[in-house]
Structure formats: C-alpha cells, structure tokens
Design a protein around this ligand. Sequence first.
Ligand code: 3PG
Length: 306
Amino acid sequence: MKVLVATEKPFAAVAVNGIREVIEGAGYELELLEKYSDKKEFLAAVATADGLIIRSDKVDSEVLDAARQLKVVVRAGAGYDNVDLASATAHGVCVENTPGQNSNAVAELVFGLAVMAVRNMYDGTSGSELKDKNIGIHAFGQVGRNVARIAKGFGMKVSALDPYCPDEAIVAAGVEPVHSVEELYRNNKIVSLHIPATDETRKSVGFDLITLLPKNGVLVNTARKEVIDEDGLAKALRERPDIKYVADIRPDNADALKEEFGNRVFFTPKKMGAQTSEANINAGIAAARQVVAFLRDGVDKFRVNK
Ligand code: 3PG
C-alpha cells in the first residue's frame, strides 16, 4: 500500500524523515510530492495512493475521482476547508485532521504580528506595548487557548467569544467569556481571529465589526482570508485611519490594500503560522500515525466527514 505526502508548501526535512519512519515502519511505501506547481502532478501521484497526507492542498472532486484506491486523507493541521468533505464521503474516503498539533506555532505568530502592528511595523516611530491592553480571542479552540496563555505572559487582559465552548471552559483557562461579537470588537484593542472558514463564517468580519474596534485597534488574522469581507475591511481602514490589519493570509485584494493603506496592513506572502519545524513534526507525524491506524486497524478517531 502506498501513502502519498502531497505538500505544495513542504514540511521541514526533519518532519518528512519522521513521517517516513512511521509509514515505512508500518510496511507501507511513501511517495513524496513537494512544491508541485501543476495540479496534474498531484492527480497523477494520487492515482495509486491508498492514503494521503496534505496541508492546505486542495482535495476536490477531481482529485478524489483520480484517487481510485484512496481510503483516507489526513490534513496535517487544523482547518479542513480545503477538502470537499461531501465528495470524499461519496467516494468512500475518510477525512481526518490533526487538531492541536500546530496550534502553538500559530499562536506565537499572533504575537509576532501584534507586536509588529503596535510598534508601527518597526518604522522608527514610537509605538505602544501589549502589557495591560485588552485582547479579544474570536473563537476559543486550540489556537485560541494558546493565544490566551501567551497573552497572559504579556500581561494582557484576555477575553474570548465562542458560542460552541461552554463559559466554564473559558473561565477555567483564566479568560473572561464574552457573549456577543459586537462586545468582543468594541472592548478589545487587539482582536485575534480563530474562526474556521465555513458557510456560517465566510465574510462574517467586515465594516460593522472592524469599526467597533477601540482607538488604535488591531485586527490579527491567522485564521482564513475567507472569513473577512474584504470590501468592508477596505472601507473600515479608509474610515478609521487608526486601525491596522495584520494577517498570515494574503487577501485577494492584497495589492490594492497595500497601495492604499501602506504599512497599516501586513500580509505574509505564504501562510506561515504552522511553518515551524516543531509544528511540522507534530502535525506531520500525527498525520502519518493516523493514516497507518486507519489503513491497518480502521481507527478513525479524528474523522471529520460522515
Ligand atoms: C491549519 O489549518 O492547520 C493552518 O492553517 C496551517 O496550514 P498549513 O499546513 O497550510 O500551513
């Protein structure tokens, strides 16, 4: 049986070695497809794969049609909006993620971006500190919890909104629960986005919410570009010259935003949140173990499709 690791943005070499050990140690063959630029390469490689490990690589119906032997795909990471779950189910393919494995890496980047924003992108002018400022965490999942932990180290006041997480769990983490999205944006100088991209959240953060931010507010997005209403963001930045937007994801209108708002906006050229050797090792090896557990024993603990 063959396991394909298809990563347009490759894992660190040390993580690939770990994945290889797990896959080959279980007696399976490993095929590595890294930095592919043409989907055709992916389609050809997946045709003979029984298991598939991906990152943000798109697995749509075309890929699933080509993957005639595929039984399981594990997204080494948290968000699985890059996989067509309904099509995977229709093709009899189990889809899993590896929750929590890269969350510290993403959370650390939140502060890399936040410090840069409050120090005016290191342009030489006098900025501000994070200590004693309010940070609002928009969705209290694994990344959000790590953001809370690190924020306390900075001496920040931490609150979080998450309708899917009971207040007791938020309070137990030493964080103040917030019950409306308006309250979250109105009361926090820094808001850090951690909502997944779903039908419910797409374009859900726009002009109305962003302009609620207090003076010199900073919106940090290490989640997904799809959750932002980009026209609303541009309008908010235009109307509120004190606000900044820093993101680990290039928006579709990145060039226009950069041109109009200069260093009040920042985007990483490629998604960098999970791009540490530690996160690659954690998520990559977890994915390899999950593929083996599924192919060998039918274990599907982290399945995300029906
Ligand atoms: C995730 O959902 O786990 C992160 O967005 C990381 O994505 P990546 O593996 O493409 O870096």
